[in-house]
Design a protein around this ligand. Structure first.
Ligand code: AMP
Ligand code: ZN
Length: 488
């Protein structure tokens, strides 16, 4: 398997430390507000990576943190703590805020069919370990104290900025200094003191004074605690290359003389067509925004699969509509192939299966694998059974819930085929009673009009049904009733 390593800026053959196990850490959410669909793109990328590794029969031990303290309003060391600020705004306790947005985030992952990490860890559960790491750094002479906290002296570390390429070095030159007492521009806070005249909701005693840990320290501590040092893969969004991951590497190297992780993978950003999406600026689209418009969260997943994780993705109404139409077509195809008769598996079948693995193992070339899926469905040399088997096989990585499509047994003999969603998966049924009462009444009225050949009235009802999200098609003896938007 080849993966692009931000550390070497090349596609490298993946070689885990232990032969068939992979230790993987991904930076989790800061839980002071809803995750936006940009954040969620990063977690979809992490999920694809994990599924691809599992497809290659690796046992993946995936750890994700919850940043419930210490992330300031900017990536630099000035400004308020995002959580304390969020709590003030909502007049709630910081702990309640963190719990609320953590639960919401986990539900978003579920809606996107993202496999949960093997373990979640909260930053606030590892404060003592973080203090210990800072003590080690202090003993080794990497720290100094200024009026607002304990800082890491980056000039003491020869290889500071291991992840940086030309872009990052240029960006650094243009940075504005925000904490004046710092020795070097790149130095960062390990421990911040609580503001003098203010009691924070989250603060702890430390050898240096009451305060809270810096954001970059938590991930070093939590990843090493669960996975050891070095571990295999560390991943997150591309914005982390410049500061967060650079500073994680620096602390681990200074404290333990080792590289924190062997492979560093970063997902590119999702942007809105005309603006950048950020939690702090308030211009965000969430999964709930999409759901309220009747869009299936898995259509958003499909949209993300269609662009390589290292390419920028621009979100628009048109792009999500296109993804939704494509996903629904895929579900319909899968449904048509559902009960196909078993056949032998041909050479062509094997060829597609191998090609799929080649794509996935080429730095997660999921877009090509997805495009090939459509070729499979059109291929006349494959039996329906083979097509269905391949769809189910590919979905182990795609995670579009194709294998969960549900249908009832009577459907082929029934006069009605109702296509809707149940428990977030496509559900086809012949049971007219599963429809909302209002829809059922309209359908019965339409039947009456059709019997009496009153086509005008029957068409009026069709339009009415469409306006409330139900499309109706007559196919021979059968009536097909489709929900035009995602319902759960
Ligand atoms: P946060 O909750 O702000 O710490 O961000 C959570 C994750 O989302 C991090 O891995 C970020 O790198 C990532 N992220 C933030 N904004 C975007 C975006 N617009 N597109 C993709 N990933 C993003
Ligand atoms: Zn992190």
């Amino acid at each position: 398997m080849k993966l692009y390593n931000s550390l070497t800026k090349t596609k490298e053959k993946f070689k885990p430390i232990k032969s068939n196990e992979v230790g993987m850490y991904s930076c989790g959410p800061t839980v002071y507000w809803f995750a936006h669909i940009g954040n969620l793109r990063t977690y979809i990328f992490v999920d694809l990576l994990k599924r691809a590794l599992e497809y290659n029969e690796y046992n993946v031990n995936h750890i994700m943190n919850i940043t419930d303290v210490g992330h300031l309003t900017s990536d630099s060391d000035s400004g308020e703590d995002k959580l304390e600020k969020g709590a003030k705004k909502e007049r709630k306790s910081v702990w309640d805020i963190a719990q609320f947005y953590t639960d919401f985030f986990k539900n978003d992952l579920k809606l996107l069919n993202i496999i949960e990490p093997n373990k979640w860890i909260k930053a606030t559960d590892t404060i003592d370990d973080q203090i210990n790491l800072i003590k080690i750094l202090e003993e080794k002479g990497y720290t100094y104290i200024i009026s607002d906290g304990v800082y890491f002296d980056t000039s003491k570390l020869e290889k500071y900025g291991r992840l940086w390429g030309e872009n990052e070095r240029n960006e650094m030159k243009g940075r504005i200094e925000e904490v004046k007492e710092k020795r070097n521009q790149t130095d960062f806070a390990l421990w911040k003191f609580s503001p003098k005249n203010e009691k924070r909701q989250m603060e702890w005693n430390s050898p240096w004074g009451v305060g809270f840990p810096g954001w970059h320290t938590e991930c070093v501590v939590m990843s090493i605690k669960e996975l050891g040092i070095p571990f295999d893969i560390h991943c997150g969004g591309i914005d982390h290359i410049f500061i967060h991951h650079t500073n994680e590497i620096a602390q681990a190297e200074a404290a333990y003389g080792k590289l924190l992780a062997n492979y560093w993978l970063h997902g590119e950003f999702l942007n809105l067509k005309d603006s950048k999406m950020s939690k702090s600026s308030g211009t965000i689209i969430t999964l709930q925004t999409l759901k309220q418009k009747g869009i299936n969260p898995l259509s958003y997943r499909y949209l993300c699969l269609n662009t390589h994780y290292r390419s920028k993705l621009f979100f628009s109404d048109e792009s999500i509509e296109f993804a939704e139409t494509s996903l629904n077509k895929l579900y319909e195809k899968a449904f048509e192939l559902f009960n196909s008769e078993k056949t032998e598996l041909s050479k062509k079948y094997e060829k597609y299966k191998n090609q799929f693995k080649e794509y996935i193992n080429d730095d997660l070339n999921v877009p090509s694998a997805l495009a090939m899926t459509w070729d499979v469905l059109k291929d006349k040399e494959l039996s329906d059974y083979e097509k269905h088997e391949l769809l189910i096989e590919f979905d182990k990585v795609f995670g579009l819930k194709i294998s969960s499509i549900k249908t009832d047994e009577n459907i082929s003999n029934s006069n009605y085929i109702i296509k809707t969603f149940k428990d977030d998966v496509p559900f086809w049924t012949s049971d007219i009673n599963s429809l909302p009462e209002e829809v059922k009444i309209l359908i019965n009225q339409r039947e009456e009009y059709r019997k009496n050949k009153d086509w005008q009235k029957s068409d009026e009802i069709r339009d009415k049904l469409e306006s409330i999200g139900w499309q109706i098609e007559d196919s021979g003896e059968k009536t097909i009733i489709k929900s035009t938007s995602y319902k759960n």
